[in-house]
Structures are given as structure tokens and as C-alpha cells.
Design a protein around this ligand. Structure first.
Ligand SMILES: Nc1ncnc2c1ncn2[C@@H]1O[C@H](COP(=O)(O)OP(=O)(O)O)[C@@H](O)[C@H]1O
Ligand SMILES: [Mg+2]
Length: 363
């Protein structure tokens, strides 16, 4: 079938089994930073909560969005919403995502609906790279995201219980590789909301020891600007491009681009060389400087456009790649958990070997 032959842009699903680990924050900021690096980006919000859509100031959720594309009711170009950040468009969430299970049914190919839609709608004509914000659950929608994705990026918060979330996430990836997407890679583990506290530092160190260079060198620190940015309807990398989390996300994006470019695949369009980091940072600063004109769209009869920044050149989309260019803690972290961690560490070590990016991405 055509699906087999379709060549996709890199599609990165941001997923972790756990909620509250900064999946949505990471997806929105990666998308904005990728646009600043010169790529055309589609951010697909597949979480019925619509936080990624809302984090770009689009509230309430629009009537048409990702689910309509998945079911083939509307064309991709009818559902995409341009943002004021040149190069970045949104495939918004709609409330219909809540009933995806019923709508897509339980037949064995239901998880391929998004991949099929992206292939038939030629997603490559719209994006050099696609970022998908996934819900924390492992239902039909996440299955669709992981079946369409080239790789999954796992944000992980270094708290004592995040290990369990990582284990579950690895298992889900393994299951998906067996059943739905044999070439699904891991695009890495990004530590988020890191702080000064000793426990978090210990957990972060043990995760690095266990998962090796799957863990990004850059970690995203705890930064109150993230919440402020979300409330304003802009990514923190735009609101505060020189701050802890803002600059962290720019650097994490650079790291992701390097990882993706290192592992070319015949069925995935190669990413062109990005603009230099300083250029991307200046672009974010430029977007930041226009923010005072930002208007949050809300109310009963909104125009379905993303937030407007004082921006005369929103049409300057690069048409081609740049030329050269809460879960409450249960209890303390006891010996039982440590033993479990050691046991699972062995199993995961094997899993990492099996799924090592090299292996997977090589062919
Ligand atoms: N680096 C950070 N510093 C401070 N708060 C953060 C950071 N990253 C995310 N948050 C906040 O944590 C909460 C959960 O983040 P979110 O991205 O919605 O997680 P998820 O999508 O995994 O549920 C949000 O309120 C968000 O603003
Ligand atoms: Mg989320």
C-alpha cells in the first residue's frame, strides 16, 4: 500500500506514560525553537485537554482539528492554523479527541489512521518536521501518534517515581515496535523541571547512569517563567529566550536536531542543516520584542488564528529548509524501590541495547 512507500518528514512524538512531566511544555517549545532554527514545523496537539493548543493562546479549542484529519473529515490544510511565529503551524486539539476510542474503533488497523492521513495528505508538503504532543494515557490516540512517529522523545522529571513512568514508557515503545511501528526510534530522554534538591540530583544522576547517552546533555531547569509563558499563550523560549528554561529548550532543540541528522533513514526526509544557534536565539529575541502586541484570543466567537504578535512578516515562511540554513508522591524512596530499580535497571539495560538509536536508526 501507499503507506509503505510514503516518505515522511521526521515526526517526533513527545510521550511519557506520566502526566505533569512537561510533555506539553516540551512539545510547544521544541516546535517554536525548531521554527527559529529555520524549519517549517507542524505541532500536532493530540491531547484532548488541548493544553498545547491553549499554550499558543488558542482558547477555547477550535471546531476543527487533529481528529478531523485523522478521520479524513477535513484536509490537513483546512485544519492547520498558522501562528505568528513564522514557520510554525498548529494542528489543534478539539474536544472530539475525547471520543477517539469510539470513533476509530478497536479494529487492528485503528492505530494507523493518523499515519494514513499524514501519508494521503502529504504532510511532507507542510512540514520539514512534525512534533506531536501526546496524552499521558496509552489509548488509541497515543497508539496513533507512536505508529506515525519516527521517534519518541521522552520528557522525564527526575523525581523518585519517574523511573516507573520511564519503565512503562519503554514497555509501550517495545509493544508498539512489535505491533505497529517496527522502526520507531527513541529520540532521547529529556530531563525536565530539574532543581537544586539532592534527591532530584541523585535521581537525575542514576537516570544518566542507567540510560547513558539516551539522556540529553541539556536538562530543563525548574523555572517560574514557564508558567508565566503558558498563561500568556507563548512558549517560554519566546517569552524568555535568555532565561533558564527558555535557553535550555533552545539548546535541547539543537541537541535533538543533531541526533536526528546523525541517523538518516531512507523512509524519512533528512533534516537540512539548521541555522546557527545564535541566529535562532536572535529570532526568538526578535519574536520576544514583538510580544507587547500579543493578544490572547478568547471568548464566544473567536477568530481561529493563533496569537498575533506585532508581526508584519508572518508570511515569511521559509518554503524550503534553510539554505545553509500530578501525581502526588506516595512515600519516601525506600529500599524496596531501590531493589526494584536495580532489577528493572538490568532489564532496561537490555531494552536500551535492543532499542539503541544506532541499531534502530541504522536501518
Ligand atoms: N521547567 C519548568 N519549570 C517550571 N514549571 C514547569 C516547567 N515545565 C513545565 N512546568 C509546569 O508543569 C506543569 C505540567 O507541565 P505540562 O507540560 O503540562 O506537562 P504534561 O504535558 O506532561 O502533563 C505545567 O503547569 C507547566 O507550566
Ligand atoms: Mg500535556
Amino acid at each position: 500500500m501507499e503507506l509503505q512507500k510514503a516518505v515522511f518528514p521526521p515526526i517526533i512524538a513527545v510521550f511519557n506514560h506520566k502526566g505533569g512531566v512537561a510533555k506539553t511544555t516540551t512539545a510547544g517549545n521544541l516546535a517554536a525553537c525548531l521554527a527559529a532554527f529555520g524549519y517549517r514545523v507542524v505541532l500536532a496537539d493530540l491531547d484532548a485537554q488541548g493544553n498545547a493548543t491553549g499554550s499558543f493562546g488558542i482558547l477555547p479549542l477550535p471546531p476543527v482539528g487533529a481528529m478531523d484529519v485523522i478521520t479524513g473529515r477535513v484536509r490537513l490544510d483546512e485544519a492547520l492554523i498558522p501562528t505568528s511565529f513564522p514557520g510554525l503551524s498548529l494542528l489543534p486539539a478539539t474536544t472530539q479527541l475525547r471520543t477517539a476510542e469510539q470513533e476509530l474503533g478497536a479494529h487492528e488497523r485503528s492505530h494507523l489512521a493518523l499515519r494514513t492521513a499524514f501519508a494521503s495528505q502529504n504532510i511532507a508538503a507542510h512540514a520539514h518536521i512534525v512534533i506531536i504532543d501526546c496524552p499521558p494515557s496509552l489509548g488509541t490516540i497515543t497508539g496513533n501518534a507512536l505508529a506515525a512517529a519516527a521517534a519518541v522523545l521522552i520528557p522525564a522529571r527526575p523525581d523518585p517515581y519517574s523511573h516507573e513512568g520511564l519503565v512503562n514508557t519503554w514497555h509501550e515503545i517495545k509493544r508498539l515496535r512489535q505491533n505497529a511501528n517496527a522502526t520507531l526510534n527513541v529520540a532521547g530522554i529529556l530531563l525536565t523541571m530539574t532543581g537544586e534538591d539532592t534527591t532530584g540530583g541523585d535521581v537525575a544522576r542514576s537516570m544518566r547512569a542507567e540510560f547513558g547517552d539516551q539522556v540529553y546533555a541539556i536538562a530543563i531547569e525548574n523555572d517560574p517563567k514557564v508558567t508565566e509563558a503558558a498563561q500568556m499563550g507563548v512558549p517560554v523560549s519566546v517569552l524568555d529566550p535568555d532565561g533558564g528554561a527558555g535557553l535550555g529548550y533552545l539548546q535541547a532543540t539543537a541537541e535533538m536536531i543533531t541526533r536526528l541528522r546523525r541517523h538518516a533513514r531512507h523512509d524519512i526526509h533528512a533534516l537540512a542543516e539548521p541555522l546557527p544557534l545564535i541566529t535562532a536565539q536572535n529570532t526568538l529575541r526578535d519574536w520576544r520584542s514583538r510580544l507587547p502586541g500579543l493578544q490572547r484570543r478568547a471568548g464566544a466567537n473567536p477568530a481561529w488564528t493563533a496569537v498575533q504578535i506585532a508581526n508584519e512578516d508572518a508570511d515569511d515562511l521559509p518554503s524550503a529548509p534553510p539554505p545553509a540554513r500530578t501525581e502526588a508522591p506516595r512515600q519516601g524512596f525506600g529500599w524496596g524501590a531501590l531493589l526494584l530499580m536495580l532489577l528493572l535497571g538490568g532489564a532496561l539495560g537490555a531494552a536500551v541495547t535492543v532499542f539503541s538509536y544506532k541499531d534502530i536508526a541504522g536501518h
